[in-house]
Design a protein around this ligand. Structure first.
Ligand code: ADP
Ligand code: MG
Length: 263
């Protein structure tokens, strides 16, 4: 059982405060969704947890099973079991995905025996064309193919906790189903814990959240079950954009209690 614990996290970038006190706890096998309008700080949260340069943490902590992640360089966070699926996957000319994975396996003390066979099996599982496996990482891949490639790496590396930053951006319906289903399978098969950042409920059809958090202006203004997604679909973020968390709960009351005054 692994737990990623984010407590009172405040962070800034380029002198601007973006995260205003985030508390979040994700354990093995759980799926937590973070939803929020553009510019709310969702990608900043993933960047700070993973240690992307340029971000300053002014308060709070991020621990994985009690180990301070903020004190470690990114590669050590990854070896500890954290994994980030990038919103915009990086192209790496001259390096094939199998090379990346072989290095990562070796760094983790995992045998690379049969890695190509494993890769073929995993590629087939998400309908990722094998011809792409020999190509340079993400070079000349479509948006959807890049995300399948990211999902493939996640499946192969078997991290403890994965953050998915808009896995759904650039994905068509089929790719979305294949990728989100594969991540959901990992939660059941390997006990993967997931923090999934998304704008859209469609990703959450296959990858079923246990908890949904609404992030607005660098703060979680509401947390609840999957029913929060329905509130968002109906009302948008407007109901959550006041500074007070009460605004969000009144949207929930709306859903379960008094019928809405309009329509
Ligand atoms: P989201 O992912 O929720 O859409 P982001 O975390 O990407 O939001 O961005 C939150 C805010 O931080 C935005 O206003 C964005 O312009 C700003 N921001 C993010 N990264 C940088 C950066 N490197 N330099 C300056 N501002 C940034
Ligand atoms: Mg973002």
């Amino acid at each position: 059982m692994t737990t990623l614990k984010i407590s009172g996290l405040h962070a800034s970038v380029a002198g601007k405060t973006i995260l205003n006190g985030i508390d979040l706890e994700v354990s093995s096998g759980q799926v937590h969704a973070v939803m929020g309008p553009n510019g709310a700080g969702k990608s900043t949260l993933s960047a700070v947890v993973m240690g992307k340069p340029g971000y300053t943490v002014s308060a709070g902590s991020v621990t994985l099973d009690g180990v301070d992640m903020l004190a470690l360089p990114t590669w050590q966070r990854a070896q500890a079991g954290l994994h980030l699926v990038l919103q915009y996957p990086t192209e790496v000319p001259g390096v094939a995905v199998v090379d990346v994975l072989a290095e990562a396996f070796a760094a983790r003390g995992r045998s690379t025996d049969g890695i190509r066979e494993q890769l073929s099996t995993e590629a087939a599982r998400i309908n990722f064309d094998e011809t792409f496996l020999a190509r340079s990482l993400n070079v000349d891949l479509s948006g959807g193919e890049k995300k399948r490639n990211e999902t493939l790496q996640l499946a192969m590396l078997r991290p403890k906790i994965a953050i998915l930053d808009e896995l759904d951006s650039g994905l068509d319906i089929d790719a979305l189903r294949d990728c989100s289903r594969r991540v959901e399978d990992a939660t059941n098969e390997d006990g993967l814990g997931v923090l999934v950042i998304t704008h859209y409920s469609r990703l959450l059809k296959e990858l079923k959240p246990d908890v949904v958090h609404i992030l607005v202006k660098g703060r979680i203004v509401s947390s609840g079950g999957p029913e929060l997604v329905d509130v968002l679909e109906r009302d948008g973020y407007a109901a959550f954009e006041g500074d007070q968390p009460e605004t969000a709960s009144s949207a929930l009351d709306d859903l379960f209690g008094t019928p809405p005054s309009r329509n």
